[in-house]
Design a protein around this ligand. Structure first.
Ligand code: K2U
Ligand code: ZN
Length: 178
């Protein structure tokens, strides 16, 4: 299995819209295994294929306390959301170090396919509901900072671009020193 590179905001590839999965083969299973390994290593409780620059509708989630209950959602879609809303302090592996309140429906029902292509439906609340909506947003090319004010979003963008440049300078220096 391998650890995959997670795209960092404001990388434009995070805004690509993912295509539905139509082939359920060994490649898909390997990709899901690599996504799960990458998520657990980060660590995170969810990861969308968009974040690893694969633009197919694939999501892995594990909201268990013991991080040993992986859930795989292929071509997921929200088919019902509650009127009740809940604000959750969200983070994102593609927006490191940034956490802010996002209001979303408190409960959702999601239809998806499993790794064999078999349809299923799940009712979610609490962290799973937040994570599912967050990941399905990723598949639509949407990052959670887009729910924040333009001022906050621009400050986050400036901060992460500065950090990316510093990281690249550090890597170039280290390569030059070899
Ligand atoms: O999409 C991602 O980057 C994965 C997120 C999923 C997530 C976002 C918001 C709220 C819940 C889950 C990462 O797991 S962010 C890190 C994290 C870890 C535990 C709880 C909340 C966020
Ligand atoms: Zn995210």
């Amino acid at each position: 299995m391998s650890l995959l590179n997670i795209l960092r905001y404001p990388d434009p590839r995070l805004h690509k819209v993912a295509k539905p999965v139509t082939v359920f083969d060994a490649r898909l299973k390997q990709l899901v295994a690599d996504m799960a390994e990458t998520m657990y290593d980060a660590p995170g409780v969810g990861l969308a294929a968009t974040q690893i620059d694969v633009h197919e509708q694939i999501v892995v989630i594990d909201v268990s306390e013991t991080q040993n209950a992986l859930q795989v959602f292929i071509n997921p879609k929200v088919v019902w959301s509650s009127e009740e809303k809940r604000v959750y302090d969200e983070g994102c592996l593609s927006v490191p170090g940034i956490y802010d309140g996002v209001e979303r429906p408190a409960q959702v029902r999601v239809q998806a396919l499993d790794l064999e292509g078999k349809p299923f439906e799940i009712a979610a609340d609490e962290l799973l509901a937040v994570c599912l909506q967050h990941e399905i947003d990723h598949l639509k090319g949407k990052v959670f900072v887009e729910y924040l004010s333009p001022l906050k979003r621009n400050r986050i963008k400036t901060k992460l671009v500065k950090e990316e440049k510093e990281m690249q300078r550090g890597q170039a220096k280290a390569a030059g020193a070899r």
